[in-house]
Design a protein. Sequence first.
Length: 242
Amino acid sequence: MAMVSVFKNYEELSVFAAEQIISVVQQKPAAVLCLAAGNTPKLTYQKVVALAKERKVDFSAAIFIGLDEWIGIGPTIEGSCYNFLNELLFAPLSIQLNHIHFFDAIENDPETECLRIDNIINVLGGIDLTLVGIGMNGHVGFNEPGFDPNLNAHVVVLDAVTSKVGQKYFKENRELTKGITLGIAQIMASGKVLLLANGKNKAGIIHKTLQENIAVSVPASFIREHPNGLILLDEEAASELP
Ligand code: F6R
């Protein structure tokens, strides 16, 4: 069962999550990491970069797998998952391009991309650490409410909540109707999973995730069953828990 930890604030939560990533890479320099984009882990990644520089942690052998991507949004567009991670992590840590495996649904057929990424994960022997956020509807990656828990990487018609909330990442209005995501099965097969949530607006969905039955209507609830899962909350996100 995953462990739930509540931190005083976003800063403390982010430092803890960053230490987890640093420690996986210290133990296994060629670790395979799968990291969500989005506002939640922003500070975690800034802390990872700062700690890596301060402690001279070598990320040059680490491999990065994309968790998800908006279909139709290219890697150079600010707001795409690739662009987000590139700005915050890959560029500051000088990660080589051949160590980064993201879905490219612009150049390639999305279904083929799913198989390509599945294959890379298999060849690498699985993911060592996955960090996910939680959507306002309980999604993880783009595994939306009602998802099929047996799928590996797949194309998703985005939930209306995700299409609407997702606009926050873009400077101009974007058509966000489809996404491509790793399946929950691949996330659950990771050696370690961190689920992060901060802020008052996540309190309701965190309550559902942790207090109701594990169900496909709340994809994040599956993470509770990860044997090496850490559900990391700040006090605001935890404020509706008993
Ligand atoms: C992003 C991702 C999404 C986000 C979720 C929360 O790569 O996989 O599932 O983690 O939508 O987003 P924020 O952190 O912006 O609230």
